[in-house]
Design a protein. Structure first.
Lengths: 587, 160
């Protein structure tokens, strides 16, 4: 045990320096992990593109991935190379940015079990790769993690971490902390027993597995180490369930991870409890729909906070947890900011899990507010679902979330604001009893959507997480399901479902530029400095994810599967269709 | 995201519930190939005998279609194919179009042996009679619900 501890300490020291350097010193111009820095701010220090010149931004290069599914996540840029991971079948492309036309350096085509496509709840997406120590590390839909030599494309290791037969797939992007690769499964709609695993970066061997529900021994919650700010007692992940329902209780890990090198804590959100019918799983169902803080060295749980106890609404908490400092009241605090599917934006003390601010960032009616004394939402009982309640009408936000966890926000230390893609949708909900059949959907609910108030289905907003207030918004016709990036040039970039990449003034919200990228954007734009010293912006175009399910009319790839438009959004296919395009822009 | 046919366990029990395929003796044997193990569905579709030799003993039986509708929810079919089978992560079954054929025998094969890209093999989980009930339900759905052309801006008239 001394070796990992020592390693963690050394890592912490090195990473503290790295984190500080990334924020305060000049940006190295690369994009080596999903959230740019370990705090997942998606903030770039590049300054070439500004409000005065962004109108001249133009495409300089494109690439078709050959795949039509939802292109979530983001490319990486490391050492003059652009890395792209496609949705299933999870091809990895490496382009040489130092040469004209960016020729392909290699293409890695892993063997992925096609049966995984039917075990993925919400399109066969992939949220990207991470770079560390000469390796590109990412997950395959069928439950493997792979490490590929970043220069040659040679497969260094491939390790099975998830079990397809029990409903587990993997769509998330790993995070590397020191010599640990952290991965988690999808499958909250398939009755999985969620976990986080740490793999050894050098070999891929699994170092530890921590469950998100169950007894303390499985959750890795030890007396003396684990302390939840609002909960007391032991085996919280066991006693907050009825019987053995926790064993199929969900709590997947399909979102984004972040890391604080000073506290040596990894943060990640967990997804919904299963099945959707809450009456089949009485109790808080810890730690579903929660944020967990663990030690990367041994996986020990240090604290946890549940955003939505006994989640009745599929409010996964897989959204990114962005780490920064904010002045709250008159105190400077080290915070974690999280835009939950449940419609509240949370500002937490990231050392303890104390809720400092929790305010709705979209229209919310399932809860009146979050009680800061108890940390619990004050639920409107009229909005509780469950089979005995029949069809419950007009619940806001919908299960797409006030923001989709697939669509990460960004934070600018220059403006002190968060840039957040949002959905303006509500829903009706009728639960039925669900039957657990291994490897099949464990859901059983009917959930029609309705547009939220105002007629628009989404907005890109700027949020002040110190006060819990919306500063500006750009309304969009359709839900905003892309990620965002914000720069030291004070430009925030985001994409739209109808296929635009847009640039807004980060201070005023004025729309400054847009370009039609050919398919709806569900990926996250990035910006980097090319080998020629210029600033570039890159983004995937390729509608999918939940829109693969909900707006089947945007698909044209299967003559044996033609569907009418979604009734809540009958005209999306008038504006976009599937695609799989990598775009690069520059001045 | 329209109406889903989910069902209580009590209702499932009332309609007989799923049993192992090899427990069905007698006349149904000639209507079904040997059972497959459910956890082999990753290799689904590779060893299936010709589908056209299979005859649906429940063809057109409204009671069987009704029981099939209950099963469609109870066996989590709606979790992928959507409520009313209009399509979700799995394809629509009510658009009159088929990847692997829409005849009785082809549908039986799809359910019994599974299909590539994620359709599980229910042959180890459901008796051949219950599979035929599902086939009868799917075949009872009015077709087609969609037309090949969707035109704008007359969205409201294109669909009804």
């Amino acid at each position: 045990m001394t070796t990992p501890g020592l390693r963690a300490a050394v890592c912490a020291l090195v990473l503290t320096t790295a984190l500080a350097a990334a924020v305060r010193a000049e940006d190295d111009g690369q994009w080596i992990r999903p959230g740019k820095d370990l705090g997942a701010t998606r903030y770039s220090g590049l300054t070439e593109i500004t409000a005065t010149n962004v109108g001249r931004l133009r495409p300089t290069w494109t690439f078709s991935t050959g795949v039509l599914r939802g292109h979530e996540g983001q490319p990486l840029v490391v050492d003059g190379t652009l890395y792209v991971v496609t949705p299933y079948p999870n091809v990895l492309y490496a382009f040489d940015l130092t040469k004209e036309d960016y020729p392909l350096r290699f293409k890695y085509r892993p063997d992925v079990n096609p049966a995984a496509v039917g075990v993925a709840c919400c399109d066969a997406v992939n949220r990207g790769a991470v770079y560390a120590e000469g390796k590109i590390v990412y997950n395959l839909l069928d439950g493997h993690t792979v490490a590929v030599d970043a220069r040659t494309g040679e497969e260094l290791w491939k390790v099975k971490v998830a079990e397809l037969a029990t409903g587990e797939t993997i769509t998330m992007a790993p995070l590397v902390v020191g010599d640990r690769v952290l991965v988690g499964p999808s499958g909250g709609e398939f009755g999985i027993h969620g976990w986080l695993k740490a793999l050894d970066l050098a070999t891929g061997s699994i170092v530890w597995t921590a469950r998100n529900a169950g007894p303390d021994s499985a959750v890795l919650a030890k007396a003396g180490t684990f302390k939840a700010y609002y909960d007391k007692g032991t085996d919280l992940g066991l006693h907050s369930w009825s019987g053995d329902t926790w064993q199929q209780g969900g709590a997947p890990v399909w979102g984004w991870l972040s890391y604080d090198p000073v506290l040596d804590l990894v943060y990640y959100g967990t997804g919904n409890p299963g099945p959707y019918n809450a009456e089949q799983r009485p109790g808080d169902n810890k730690w579903t729909s929660s944020v967990l803080a663990r030690r990367p060295g041994d996986g020990e749980l240090v604290w946890a906070y549940q955003f939505t106890p006994n989640d009745n609404w599929d409010y996964d908490a897989n959204a990114e947890n962005i780490l920064t400092e904010l002045t709250i009241g008159d105190r400077r605090r080290n915070v974690l900011v999280h835009f939950d599917k449940n419609g509240f934006a949370y500002t937490l003390d990231r050392a303890t899990g104390e809720v400092l601010v929790a305010e709705p960032y979209v229209d919310v009616n399932w809860a009146k507010r979050v009680d800061l004394a108890t940390g619990r939402p004050v639920v409107d009982p009229a909005k509780l679902t469950g089979k005995s309640r029949g069809m419950v009408h007009d619940i806001c936000p919908s299960l797409e979330g006030g923001k989709s966890p697939a669509s990460p926000a960004s934070y600018s230390p220059r403006t002190g604001l968060f840039y957040v893609p949002t959905n303006n949708l509500c829903m009706d909900w009728q639960s039925e009893d669900a039957t657990y059949i291994r490897g099949t959907p464990y859901v059983s609910a009917t959930i029609p959507y309705n547009p939220g108030p105002g007629g628009h289905l989404g907005a890109f907003i700027a949020w002040d997480a110190a006060t819990g207030q919306r500063v500006w918004e750009i309304r969009e016709k359709f839900p905003v399901w892309s990620g965002s990036v914000v720069t030291a040039g004070d430009i925030a970039f985001y994409g739209t479902l109808d296929g635009w990449l847009k640039a807004a003034d980060a201070r005023t919200g004025e729309l400054l530029w847009k370009f039609k990228v050919g398919s709806g954007v569900v990926g996250a734009p990035i910006t980097y400095r090319g080998p020629d010293g210029k600033q570039y912006v890159a983004v995937y175009a390729g509608i999918g994810g939940d829109w693969f399910l909900l707006s089947g009319d945007v698909r044209s790839d299967d003559p044996a599967d033609v569907r009418p438009p979604a009734d809540f959004m009958p005209d999306l296919a008038q504006y976009t269709s599937q695609g799989g395009i990598v775009w690069i822009f520059a001045l | 995201m329209k109406k889903a046919f989910a069902v209580s366990l009590a209702a499932l029990a009332a309609c007989g519930g799923p049993g192992p395929a090899d427990s069905q003796a007698g006349k149904s044997e000639r209507n079904a190939p040997p059972a497959v193990r459910y956890d082999q569905y990753g290799a689904a579709g590779k060893l299936a005998p010709p589908a056209e030799t299979l005859v649906n003993p429940l063809s057109g039986d409204p009671g069987a279609a009704q029981q099939g509708e209950v099963l469609f929810g109870a066996m989590n079919c709606d979790g992928c194919h959507g409520g009313d089978a209009v399509g979700f992560v799995g394809p629509s079954l009510v658009d009159g179009r088929w990847r692997y054929g829409g005849e009785d025998g082809a549908l039986f094969h799809s359910i019994f042996y599974g299909r590539p890209h994620g359709m599980p093999a229910y042959g180890g989980l459901l008796s051949d009679t219950t599979v035929w009930q599902l086939v009868t339900y799917v075949r009872s759905q009015p077709l087609p619900r969609v037309v090949p052309t969707v035109a704008w801006p007359s969205v409201s008239t294109a669909r009804k």
